[in-house]
Design a protein around this ligand. Structure first.
Ligand code: GTR
Length: 364
Protein backbone atom coordinates (compact mmCIF):
# COMPACT_ATOMS: atom_id res chain seq x y z
CA UNK A 1 0.00 0.00 0.00
CA UNK A 2 1.38 3.42 -0.96
CA UNK A 3 1.91 5.79 1.92
CA UNK A 4 2.95 9.38 1.40
CA UNK A 5 5.55 9.82 4.07
CA UNK A 6 6.26 13.42 3.12
CA UNK A 7 2.64 14.36 3.82
CA UNK A 8 2.82 12.51 7.10
CA UNK A 9 5.96 14.38 8.10
CA UNK A 10 4.46 17.73 7.16
CA UNK A 11 1.39 16.98 9.26
CA UNK A 12 3.60 16.42 12.32
CA UNK A 13 4.78 20.07 12.22
CA UNK A 14 8.16 19.29 13.72
CA UNK A 15 10.39 22.14 14.88
CA UNK A 16 12.96 23.12 12.29
CA UNK A 17 16.50 21.87 12.79
CA UNK A 18 17.77 24.45 10.34
CA UNK A 19 16.71 27.51 12.34
CA UNK A 20 18.18 28.75 15.61
CA UNK A 21 15.67 29.60 18.33
CA UNK A 22 15.93 33.27 17.35
CA UNK A 23 14.90 32.43 13.79
CA UNK A 24 18.29 32.83 12.10
CA UNK A 25 19.43 30.21 9.63
CA UNK A 26 21.73 27.34 10.46
CA UNK A 27 24.48 26.74 7.91
CA UNK A 28 27.66 24.75 7.68
CA UNK A 29 29.64 27.52 9.42
CA UNK A 30 27.50 27.73 12.53
CA UNK A 31 26.27 24.13 12.71
CA UNK A 32 28.26 23.24 15.84
CA UNK A 33 26.68 26.21 17.62
CA UNK A 34 23.28 24.83 16.64
CA UNK A 35 24.25 21.41 18.00
CA UNK A 36 25.07 23.05 21.35
CA UNK A 37 21.77 24.92 21.28
CA UNK A 38 19.85 21.71 20.64
CA UNK A 39 21.63 20.00 23.52
CA UNK A 40 20.74 22.90 25.77
CA UNK A 41 17.06 22.77 24.72
CA UNK A 42 16.86 19.00 25.21
CA UNK A 43 18.46 19.12 28.64
CA UNK A 44 16.44 22.09 29.86
CA UNK A 45 13.10 20.73 28.68
CA UNK A 46 13.33 16.95 28.64
CA UNK A 47 16.15 15.23 30.52
CA UNK A 48 17.60 17.89 32.79
CA UNK A 49 21.25 18.92 32.77
CA UNK A 50 23.71 16.05 32.66
CA UNK A 51 26.41 16.66 35.34
CA UNK A 52 29.88 17.74 34.23
CA UNK A 53 32.52 15.06 33.72
CA UNK A 54 34.59 14.52 36.89
CA UNK A 55 38.08 16.06 37.19
CA UNK A 56 39.57 12.73 38.09
CA UNK A 57 38.55 9.12 37.89
CA UNK A 58 40.00 5.82 39.11
CA UNK A 59 39.73 2.35 37.69
CA UNK A 60 40.43 -0.66 39.80
CA UNK A 61 40.58 -4.15 38.28
CA UNK A 62 38.85 -6.49 40.70
CA UNK A 63 38.97 -9.67 38.67
CA UNK A 64 40.44 -10.96 35.41
CA UNK A 65 39.83 -14.25 33.64
CA UNK A 66 41.55 -15.03 30.37
CA UNK A 67 41.11 -18.77 30.40
CA UNK A 68 37.55 -19.77 29.60
CA UNK A 69 35.49 -16.77 28.66
CA UNK A 70 33.75 -17.36 25.26
CA UNK A 71 35.67 -20.62 24.83
CA UNK A 72 38.90 -18.83 25.65
CA UNK A 73 38.48 -16.24 22.86
CA UNK A 74 37.88 -13.35 25.24
CA UNK A 75 39.46 -11.67 28.23
CA UNK A 76 36.96 -10.97 30.97
CA UNK A 77 37.47 -8.25 33.55
CA UNK A 78 35.50 -6.82 36.40
CA UNK A 79 36.48 -3.26 37.10
CA UNK A 80 35.34 -0.66 39.58
CA UNK A 81 35.04 2.94 38.48
CA UNK A 82 35.31 5.62 41.17
CA UNK A 83 35.09 9.38 40.82
CA UNK A 84 34.42 12.45 42.97
CA UNK A 85 31.02 14.07 42.74
CA UNK A 86 29.70 16.96 44.86
CA UNK A 87 32.25 16.65 47.72
CA UNK A 88 31.58 12.95 47.83
CA UNK A 89 32.49 9.92 45.76
CA UNK A 90 30.57 7.48 43.61
CA UNK A 91 31.72 4.09 42.52
CA UNK A 92 30.20 1.38 40.32
CA UNK A 93 31.22 -1.98 38.81
CA UNK A 94 31.55 -2.74 35.10
CA UNK A 95 32.01 -6.09 33.37
CA UNK A 96 34.35 -5.96 30.39
CA UNK A 97 34.94 -8.49 27.62
CA UNK A 98 37.64 -8.03 25.01
CA UNK A 99 38.39 -10.25 21.99
CA UNK A 100 41.88 -11.74 22.18
CA UNK A 101 42.19 -11.93 18.40
CA UNK A 102 42.08 -8.16 17.81
CA UNK A 103 44.83 -5.70 18.72
CA UNK A 104 42.66 -2.58 18.73
CA UNK A 105 39.05 -3.59 19.04
CA UNK A 106 35.88 -1.55 18.48
CA UNK A 107 34.23 -1.09 21.85
CA UNK A 108 30.59 -0.73 22.93
CA UNK A 109 29.40 0.59 26.27
CA UNK A 110 26.16 -1.23 27.02
CA UNK A 111 23.73 0.18 29.56
CA UNK A 112 21.70 -2.87 30.46
CA UNK A 113 18.86 -4.08 32.64
CA UNK A 114 21.19 -6.53 34.34
CA UNK A 115 24.89 -6.37 35.11
CA UNK A 116 25.81 -10.02 34.84
CA UNK A 117 26.95 -12.06 31.84
CA UNK A 118 25.71 -14.02 29.97
CA UNK A 119 22.59 -11.95 29.43
CA UNK A 120 19.63 -12.44 27.10
CA UNK A 121 20.12 -8.95 25.63
CA UNK A 122 23.87 -9.32 25.03
CA UNK A 123 25.14 -11.92 22.54
CA UNK A 124 28.65 -11.95 24.04
CA UNK A 125 30.12 -14.62 21.82
CA UNK A 126 28.82 -13.05 18.59
CA UNK A 127 30.31 -9.72 19.63
CA UNK A 128 33.64 -11.32 20.49
CA UNK A 129 33.67 -13.38 17.27
CA UNK A 130 33.18 -10.20 15.28
CA UNK A 131 36.09 -8.60 17.08
CA UNK A 132 34.10 -6.25 19.30
CA UNK A 133 34.84 -5.60 22.97
CA UNK A 134 32.23 -4.28 25.36
CA UNK A 135 31.58 -3.05 28.86
CA UNK A 136 28.26 -3.51 30.63
CA UNK A 137 26.68 -2.14 33.78
CA UNK A 138 23.29 -2.61 35.38
CA UNK A 139 21.37 0.64 35.32
CA UNK A 140 19.57 0.08 38.64
CA UNK A 141 21.70 -1.91 41.07
CA UNK A 142 24.95 -0.31 39.85
CA UNK A 143 23.80 3.28 39.26
CA UNK A 144 20.46 4.38 40.71
CA UNK A 145 17.09 2.73 41.30
CA UNK A 146 14.44 2.94 38.58
CA UNK A 147 11.94 4.79 40.75
CA UNK A 148 11.28 8.10 42.40
CA UNK A 149 13.95 7.58 45.08
CA UNK A 150 16.52 10.34 44.58
CA UNK A 151 18.63 9.11 47.48
CA UNK A 152 19.50 5.91 45.69
CA UNK A 153 23.01 5.39 44.24
CA UNK A 154 24.38 8.31 42.25
CA UNK A 155 21.12 10.28 42.75
CA UNK A 156 21.92 10.71 46.42
CA UNK A 157 25.31 12.14 45.48
CA UNK A 158 23.85 14.58 42.96
CA UNK A 159 20.96 15.57 45.30
CA UNK A 160 22.28 15.33 48.84
CA UNK A 161 18.85 15.69 50.39
CA UNK A 162 17.23 13.48 47.74
CA UNK A 163 15.18 16.37 46.39
CA UNK A 164 15.23 17.96 42.97
CA UNK A 165 14.60 21.67 43.28
CA UNK A 166 14.74 23.23 39.85
CA UNK A 167 12.63 22.21 36.85
CA UNK A 168 15.75 21.40 34.88
CA UNK A 169 17.48 19.27 37.54
CA UNK A 170 18.37 16.01 35.85
CA UNK A 171 16.29 12.88 35.99
CA UNK A 172 17.49 9.31 35.91
CA UNK A 173 17.92 8.90 32.15
CA UNK A 174 20.58 11.61 32.37
CA UNK A 175 22.30 9.73 35.22
CA UNK A 176 22.41 6.47 33.27
CA UNK A 177 23.78 8.39 30.27
CA UNK A 178 26.38 10.06 32.50
CA UNK A 179 27.63 6.71 33.78
CA UNK A 180 27.90 5.33 30.23
CA UNK A 181 30.41 8.15 29.65
CA UNK A 182 32.33 7.11 32.74
CA UNK A 183 32.78 3.63 31.24
CA UNK A 184 34.12 5.35 28.15
CA UNK A 185 36.57 7.24 30.40
CA UNK A 186 38.00 3.84 31.18
CA UNK A 187 37.92 2.45 27.64
CA UNK A 188 39.34 5.45 25.85
CA UNK A 189 42.70 5.02 27.60
CA UNK A 190 43.04 1.31 27.01
CA UNK A 191 45.69 0.28 24.49
CA UNK A 192 43.50 -2.47 23.06
CA UNK A 193 40.59 -0.21 22.07
CA UNK A 194 40.00 1.54 18.76
CA UNK A 195 39.04 5.12 19.70
CA UNK A 196 37.42 5.71 16.34
CA UNK A 197 35.04 2.80 16.87
CA UNK A 198 33.38 3.52 20.17
CA UNK A 199 29.66 3.01 20.66
CA UNK A 200 27.03 3.38 23.32
CA UNK A 201 24.10 0.99 23.16
CA UNK A 202 20.87 0.39 25.00
CA UNK A 203 17.38 -0.99 24.71
CA UNK A 204 14.17 0.87 25.42
CA UNK A 205 14.59 3.20 28.44
CA UNK A 206 18.30 2.51 28.07
CA UNK A 207 18.08 3.25 24.35
CA UNK A 208 16.86 6.71 25.41
CA UNK A 209 19.86 6.94 27.75
CA UNK A 210 22.26 5.79 25.02
CA UNK A 211 20.99 8.50 22.67
CA UNK A 212 21.44 11.15 25.32
CA UNK A 213 24.93 9.85 26.17
CA UNK A 214 26.13 10.06 22.58
CA UNK A 215 24.42 13.40 21.99
CA UNK A 216 26.37 14.86 24.94
CA UNK A 217 29.66 13.00 24.64
CA UNK A 218 31.47 13.38 21.33
CA UNK A 219 33.92 10.65 22.17
CA UNK A 220 31.16 8.16 21.32
CA UNK A 221 31.46 7.73 17.56
CA UNK A 222 28.34 5.55 17.26
CA UNK A 223 25.07 5.11 19.08
CA UNK A 224 22.74 2.13 18.89
CA UNK A 225 19.25 2.74 20.23
CA UNK A 226 16.93 -0.23 20.19
CA UNK A 227 13.14 0.16 20.50
CA UNK A 228 13.67 3.42 22.37
CA UNK A 229 10.30 4.96 21.43
CA UNK A 230 8.86 7.87 23.38
CA UNK A 231 11.53 10.32 24.59
CA UNK A 232 14.02 8.17 22.67
CA UNK A 233 14.25 7.98 18.90
CA UNK A 234 10.53 8.51 18.16
CA UNK A 235 9.22 11.99 17.47
CA UNK A 236 6.49 12.93 19.97
CA UNK A 237 4.33 15.10 17.74
CA UNK A 238 1.61 12.89 16.21
CA UNK A 239 3.08 9.83 17.88
CA UNK A 240 0.99 6.72 18.41
CA UNK A 241 1.33 4.43 21.43
CA UNK A 242 3.11 6.00 24.38
CA UNK A 243 2.78 9.79 24.62
CA UNK A 244 4.52 12.43 26.73
CA UNK A 245 1.51 12.25 29.06
CA UNK A 246 1.77 8.45 29.44
CA UNK A 247 5.50 8.50 30.05
CA UNK A 248 5.53 11.42 32.49
CA UNK A 249 2.60 9.90 34.43
CA UNK A 250 4.36 6.54 34.73
CA UNK A 251 8.03 7.59 34.92
CA UNK A 252 8.26 11.28 35.91
CA UNK A 253 11.66 10.67 37.54
CA UNK A 254 13.26 9.66 34.23
CA UNK A 255 13.07 13.30 33.13
CA UNK A 256 13.44 16.78 34.49
CA UNK A 257 10.29 18.27 35.94
CA UNK A 258 9.93 20.74 33.06
CA UNK A 259 9.06 17.89 30.71
CA UNK A 260 5.69 17.34 32.41
CA UNK A 261 4.45 20.67 31.08
CA UNK A 262 4.48 19.19 27.56
CA UNK A 263 2.08 16.36 28.38
CA UNK A 264 -0.84 16.74 25.91
CA UNK A 265 0.96 19.89 24.88
CA UNK A 266 3.63 18.51 22.55
CA UNK A 267 3.24 21.32 20.04
CA UNK A 268 4.66 23.75 22.61
CA UNK A 269 7.93 21.83 22.97
CA UNK A 270 10.84 23.83 21.56
CA UNK A 271 12.29 20.53 20.33
CA UNK A 272 11.27 17.07 19.30
CA UNK A 273 13.20 13.85 19.36
CA UNK A 274 14.83 14.37 15.95
CA UNK A 275 16.92 16.98 17.82
CA UNK A 276 18.31 14.16 19.94
CA UNK A 277 19.41 12.13 16.91
CA UNK A 278 20.79 15.21 15.17
CA UNK A 279 22.83 16.17 18.24
CA UNK A 280 25.02 13.13 17.59
CA UNK A 281 25.91 14.42 14.10
CA UNK A 282 28.34 14.25 12.41
CA UNK A 283 28.92 10.96 14.23
CA UNK A 284 26.83 7.87 13.49
CA UNK A 285 23.40 6.81 14.66
CA UNK A 286 21.65 3.46 14.43
CA UNK A 287 17.95 3.13 15.27
CA UNK A 288 16.18 -0.23 15.51
CA UNK A 289 12.41 -0.72 15.61
CA UNK A 290 10.25 -3.80 16.13
CA UNK A 291 7.08 -4.20 14.05
CA UNK A 292 4.88 -5.18 16.99
CA UNK A 293 6.28 -2.58 19.35
CA UNK A 294 3.23 -0.34 18.99
CA UNK A 295 3.95 1.43 22.28
CA UNK A 296 7.30 2.68 20.88
CA UNK A 297 5.73 3.44 17.44
CA UNK A 298 8.13 2.37 14.66
CA UNK A 299 6.80 4.95 12.19
CA UNK A 300 7.64 7.82 14.54
CA UNK A 301 11.13 6.36 15.02
CA UNK A 302 11.57 6.19 11.26
CA UNK A 303 10.33 9.75 10.72
CA UNK A 304 12.84 10.92 13.28
CA UNK A 305 15.67 9.35 11.27
CA UNK A 306 14.43 10.99 8.06
CA UNK A 307 14.17 14.42 9.65
CA UNK A 308 17.36 14.25 11.68
CA UNK A 309 19.19 12.77 8.70
CA UNK A 310 18.98 16.10 6.86
CA UNK A 311 21.21 17.63 9.50
CA UNK A 312 24.26 15.64 8.37
CA UNK A 313 24.21 17.64 5.10
CA UNK A 314 25.39 20.68 7.02
CA UNK A 315 28.56 18.74 7.80
CA UNK A 316 28.98 17.86 4.13
CA UNK A 317 27.81 14.33 4.84
CA UNK A 318 25.07 12.17 3.36
CA UNK A 319 21.52 12.39 4.69
CA UNK A 320 19.52 9.30 5.57
CA UNK A 321 18.61 7.45 2.32
CA UNK A 322 14.98 6.85 3.22
CA UNK A 323 12.36 5.14 1.13
CA UNK A 324 9.14 6.98 0.44
CA UNK A 325 6.87 4.48 2.18
CA UNK A 326 6.54 2.70 5.49
CA UNK A 327 9.39 0.21 5.97
CA UNK A 328 8.29 -3.38 6.41
CA UNK A 329 9.68 -6.00 8.77
CA UNK A 330 13.06 -7.16 7.50
CA UNK A 331 13.93 -3.81 5.90
CA UNK A 332 17.37 -2.49 6.77
CA UNK A 333 17.97 1.02 5.50
CA UNK A 334 21.55 2.06 6.02
CA UNK A 335 23.22 5.23 4.91
CA UNK A 336 26.77 6.00 5.82
CA UNK A 337 25.68 8.07 8.83
CA UNK A 338 22.28 6.82 9.91
CA UNK A 339 21.12 3.23 9.89
CA UNK A 340 17.62 1.99 10.60
CA UNK A 341 15.90 -1.36 10.62
CA UNK A 342 12.58 -2.80 11.53
CA UNK A 343 12.33 -6.47 12.40
CA UNK A 344 9.30 -8.63 13.04
CA UNK A 345 8.34 -9.36 16.62
CA UNK A 346 7.89 -7.53 19.87
CA UNK A 347 9.77 -5.16 22.16
CA UNK A 348 13.10 -6.93 22.80
CA UNK A 349 16.83 -6.57 22.12
CA UNK A 350 17.48 -9.56 19.89
CA UNK A 351 20.47 -11.03 18.11
CA UNK A 352 18.93 -9.80 14.86
CA UNK A 353 19.13 -6.24 16.19
CA UNK A 354 22.72 -6.68 17.30
CA UNK A 355 23.85 -8.28 14.04
CA UNK A 356 22.35 -5.47 11.98
CA UNK A 357 23.96 -2.87 14.21
CA UNK A 358 27.32 -4.68 14.11
CA UNK A 359 27.26 -4.62 10.28
CA UNK A 360 26.77 -0.86 10.46
CA UNK A 361 29.37 -0.45 13.22
CA UNK A 362 32.08 -2.40 11.38
CA UNK A 363 31.51 -0.85 7.94
CA UNK A 364 34.69 0.82 6.67
C1 GTR B 1 7.89 1.07 29.10
C2 GTR B 1 8.01 2.52 28.81
C3 GTR B 1 8.76 2.73 27.53
C4 GTR B 1 10.00 1.87 27.47
C5 GTR B 1 9.89 0.55 28.20
C6 GTR B 1 11.19 -0.14 28.58
O1 GTR B 1 7.09 0.77 30.16
O2 GTR B 1 6.72 3.04 28.72
O3 GTR B 1 9.03 4.09 27.33
O4 GTR B 1 11.11 2.58 27.85
O5 GTR B 1 9.19 0.64 29.36
O6 GTR B 1 12.15 0.49 29.00
O7 GTR B 1 11.21 -1.37 28.48
Amino acid sequence: MYFDIKNEIEARKLPDLFKFSDGTDVNSDNVSKRRMEMLEILQKNVYGYVPDAPDKIDFYIEKTDDTRCCAGKAIYKEIRITFPINDSEFSFPVKIMMPKAVKKAPFAVIANFRGTLPDEYIPSEELIDRGIGFGVFCYTTDITSDDNDFFSGISGKIYKDGIRKSGSDCGKIAMWAYCASRVLDYAINCEDIDREKTAVAGHSRLGKSALLASACDERFKYVFSNNSGCAGAAVSRGKKGETVKNITDAFPYWFCKNYVSYAENEEKMPCDQHFLLAATAPRKVYVASAAEDFWADPLSEYISCIEAGQFWRLYGKDAFPYIDSIPKPGDIICGSNIGYHIRSGVHFLSRYDWNAFIDFFLKK
